[in-house]
Design a protein around this ligand. Sequence first.
Ligand code: URA
Length: 448
Amino acid sequence: MSDAGVFLPQEMIRTKRDGGTIEAADIQKFVAGITDGSVTDGQVAALAMTIFFNGMTPDEGAALTLAMRDSGDVIDWSKYGFAADAPIVDKHSTGGVGDKVSLMLAPIVAACGGFVPMISGRGLGHTGGTLDKLESIPGYDPYPSIDRFAEIVKTVGCSIIGQTGDLAPADKRFYGIRDVTATVESIPLITASILSKKLSAGLRALVMDVKFGSGAFMDSDKKAEELARNIVRVANAADVPTTALLTDMNQVLGRTAGNAVEIFETIDFLLEPRQADKRLMTVTLDLAAHMLALSGAQPNFDVARDKAAVALMKGKAAEVFAKMVAAQGGPADLYEKKHDYLKLAPVVKPVLAGKAGFISGMDTRAIGMAVVALGGGRTDPSAKVDHGVGLTEVCQVGDRVEADEPLAMVYARDDAAAEAAIKSVRAAIDLKPVAPESKPIVALTIGE
Ligand code: URA
């Protein structure tokens, strides 16, 4: 069809609807139409639905990803004085509950020689967003200009910002339409959406953290693995070496879920790593080691993991995080005055176990929704979040508790909100008389 002169979006949709294959040139024209508005919402929705049902061939998926990446600016790091082989690397998580890994990971990787231009998202549904967490720090600017972003990456080693309109704008419109037409859960569309944004940051390597389990975005472990394999394949085809880790989201990651509470946990993790939650530590150091090895900042995974652990233990990562926060407009004395800057909600209540036993499992999604109901997340992309609410001291699978001990502490704006959260969190956590079998947080590594 691309040879036939005038491009008709409906003809391309028809081809895909009838099980045919669409050409890269037509995909590029369709994506250009998404960006400049010449393709209608109805046509975008129709294409999304045909892809939802018919899938895409590997070539179609790669063409869609690249066209969406090229719909806006692609950062050229050589313009900012980076060498052609500079280890510019990022991580992307498919999202979870209590997933604050990016906040410690970017500084650890930067402290070991990597450069991390991290473009993060906001929370949606039951999942939290790195950007919302960072915005609990007064003054933190998640939208510097691209020139300032590059300068921070160069001088500090990492910068965490939000998606700007200049990077992969086609995805912004495409995702918005998918969101309201029940077409989000399509592996080729998710792949193109995630990778177009990541690749527009001009990365030399990427590590994916694909979550599975009760708090994950993908509704089955099989689909999570399928997504991970597809992302690795498409990213490698786009010449960005990529590794994906499949990680367990069957429980809250770390001991907090919310916004300011997760910044507190991040600061404690960076300043007192020996006290940190073990699963959070494992996944963070594993991801850091893959990022450092894949980007060439360190020679291999084992050396990189040791370096990452030393940088963390010696406080180097804590120094980088503090510098990044200050460079993005946050306070220079965040660690010293964290209680002045990070304001928590006034009503603090325990979720009591009610009976003795071992934590045997969690409905992690329900816990995420309890945080959303407190005001700490959003179900509508334009809603505001309350940074001060959330959960702390969240128990972990395998913990032993007595009847009068807390499973978590709730931070709420008022008693009614606290009581509702207590009820939801208690109902989401299972207790059994015997300890469950322990499972590794990193279940599978794809693309090594
Ligand atoms: N996250 C994204 O960025 N895009 C999707 O399509 C799904 C999750």
